[in-house]
Design a protein. Structure first.
Length: 245
């Protein structure tokens, strides 16, 4: 019995030492991947990186990590128009099947999926900022975006009739979707201004707009988008995603 107790104590101690070594190794690897990602993507801040799964050391010996979670608080993505940028917030992605080099100088995920958000103020930059003629004597421009409920965006228009601004904004509910890599906002119906129904082609030139989003980290792309309380929530995905190198 004494020998059995000693054996059990040894097993527990070794198990504890292995767990400590495993956590130390995973913390080192997380810091290395985070720094490589910050450098390769030219991020202003070091991202959060979590290597999930236990034990880490067996994954390390196998040369592939099961699940790496990456979090970037704020990211400036290309807006598809010259040097313009659009801010992506709270980008979090799970990278599956991450192969890596021995010094973590390169790492590539077989697949990735995640989410992020774009504030309404940020998305508003894609709309026309100057008043545009909607009909003879009537001009309008988009001045605000907000949650319209049921997955819709409420678009606020500032309208002027015969040189006189209307006292209240004109609102229209719009659908947001992904079209060819763009986030597209399109009115579900046509608003009336001062009781007048406006020509569809002219109104849509004001209410409808698209925002191109390119250059997300590692080559991930936007898959879906939906309206939320503080902005639009986007779903991202990709394959052969480069984390470093």
């Amino acid at each position: 019995m004494r020998a059995l107790r000693i054996l059990l104590i040894v097993v527990v101690v070794l198990g504890g030492l292995f767990a400590i070594a495993d956590r130390l190794a995973v913390n080192f690897a997380e810091n290395e991947v985070a720094e490589r990602l910050r450098t390769s993507e030219n991020l202003a801040e070091t991202p959060d990186v979590s290597i999930n799964g236990f034990p880490f050391l067996t994954q390390l010996l196998g040369g592939e990590l099961d699940d790496v979670e990456v979090g970037i608080g704020s990211y400036e993505a290309a807006a598809g128009d010259g040097d313009k940028k659009i801010r992506i917030d709270d980008l979090r992605a799970h990278m599956k099947g991450v192969g890596f080099s021995g010094d973590f100088s390169s790492a590539t995920a077989a697949s990735a999926e995640g989410s992020a958000s774009i504030s309404y103020d940020e998305l508003l930059k894609a709309a026309k900022s100057e008043p545009t003629q909607a009909a003879p004597g009537v001009t309008a421009k988009v001045v605000g975006l907000s949650d319209g409920g049921n997955g819709k965006i409420k678009v606020a228009l500032e309208a002027t009739v015969l040189g006189t601004p209307l006292p209240e904004p004109v609102h229209v509910l719009s659908t947001v979707r992904v079209e060819g890599g763009d986030v597209e906002v399109a009115a579900d119906g046509l608003p009336t201004v001062a009781g007048v129904k406006l020509p569809e082609s002219r109104v849509r030139a004001i209410t409808d707009f698209r925002q191109r989003i390119d250059g997300l980290p590692g080559g991930i792309t936007i898959d879906k988008v939906e309206a939320a309380q503080d902005g639009v929530r986007i779903t991202v995905k990709g394959s052969d995603i480069r984390l470093a190198g």
